[in-house]
Design a protein around this ligand. Structure first.
Ligand code: AMP
Ligand code: TRP
Length: 329
């Protein structure tokens, strides 16, 4: 049996090249080597308020983007978190073994909480639900971008604590980061991670941006005042542009140096824009085909939930038995 992979994304905001290079591209690459489950984590999205109509639409859009990027629903499972109630059930059981202090220390919690007037309990519980997502399927590998490494460490801590209290139950999941592209920075401010929620039209390249918009955003990206690329002193903006090119192209470091050393920033940006557009155009074409096929995305999601529900329910049963919760004889 192939080892299991699990990962997910929130159906909020617009998916950008950071999400693609940090996670989605890696998912597509490894899907044939594993039994892969790719989730649309709508219950994570509602830890901050989402407009219900927009959220409904975003769930299907994200599923279509998974498919357009190359996730093959015959090989891998695409499913929505809230369609499998076991995620919420296991979350509660894990909540009971998780010290609040662990959650209050999470950097993402601290950053998101600082943006809210009142902080919902769900925001604090966010990483416990993420641990439930992963442990529910006994996933061995979790491919994510670098910003999720702290949450993955917490998942292992929770699993270990449960195992030591109630006996060996959970597989320890490993984090898998891409070698290039694990942390793509904002084009307008390369000291900040590219994010779905950051304001400003020059911040992120969305996967569904038209080519002219992509080009405009990249040509305006922040660099520095040097005349051209010097690999010995790369400023964050130039390093980010080179990282984007390298992650899309798959070039190695030697190829990158040979090609870009001394290149003027205007030319560098042009080549980065060409590379991004050449990679996103086929994805966008497939996306349009997928959404024009009525009922297709919903059928994939329905089948996905059906496929994983028995696995998820078996884990919940096991956890109930381990904890002494009621299970009918
Ligand atoms: P999210 O948008 O928070 O649901 O993230 C979905 C996936 O994209 C996660 O695996 C993140 O680690 C990854 N990701 C998000 N932003 C970036 C970024 N700027 N660079 C690389 N990976 C990212
Ligand atoms: N927290 C992740 C993010 O924002 C999304 C997520 C939820 C996830 N559950 C997961 C990622 C399980 C990997 C595995 O990117």
């Amino acid at each position: 049996m192939k080892p299991r992979v699990f990962s997910g994304m929130q159906p909020s905001g617009n998916l950008h090249i950071g999400n693609y290079l940090g996670a989605l591209k890696n998912w597509v690459r490894i899907q044939s080597d594993y039994e892969a489950i790719f989730c649309i984590v709508d219950m994570h999205a509602v830890t901050v308020y989402q407009n219900p109509d927009e959220l409904r639409a975003k769930i299907r859009e994200l599923a279509a983007l998974y498919l357009a990027a190359g996730i093959d629903p015959k090989q891998s499972t695409i499913m929505v978190q809230s369609a499998v109630p076991a995620h919420a059930e296991l979350c509660w059981m894990l909540t009971c073994v998780t010290p609040v202090g662990w959650l209050q220390r999470m950097t993402q919690f601290k950053a998101k909480a600082a943006e809210q007037e009142t902080v919902g309990d769900g925001l604090l519980q966010y990483p416990v639900l993420m641990a439930a997502d992963i442990l529910l399927y006994q996933a061995a590998i979790v491919p994510v971008g670098e910003d999720q490494t702290q949450h993955l460490e917490l998942t292992r801590d929770i699993a270990q604590r449960f195992n030591s209290l109630y006996g060996e139950t959970f597989v320890m999941p490993e984090t898998s980061l891409p070698s290039v592209g694990a942390r793509i920075m904002g084009l307008d401010d390369p000291t900040k991670k590219m994010s779905k929620s950051a304001p400003g039209s020059g911040h992120a390249v969305a996967l569904l941006d038209p080519p002219a918009t992509i080009r405009k955003k990249i040509m305006r990206a922040t660099t520095d005042s040097a005349p051209g690329v010097d690999f010995d002193v790369l400023s964050p903006g130039v390093a980010n542009l080179l990282g984007i090119f390298q992650a899309f192209s798959g070039w190695d470091d030697a190829q990158m140096r040979a090609h870009f050393s001394g290149m003027r920033y205007g030319e560098l940006k042009k080549q980065v824009a060409d590379m991004v557009i050449a990679n996103l155009e086929p994805l966008q074409k497939r996306y349009n085909e997928i959404v024009s096929e009525k009922g297709y995305v919903d059928a994939v999601l329905r089948e996905g939930a059906e496929r994983v529900t028995p696995i998820a329910n078996a884990t919940v049963e096991l956890v109930k038995r381990r904890m002494g919760l009621y299970t009918p004889c």
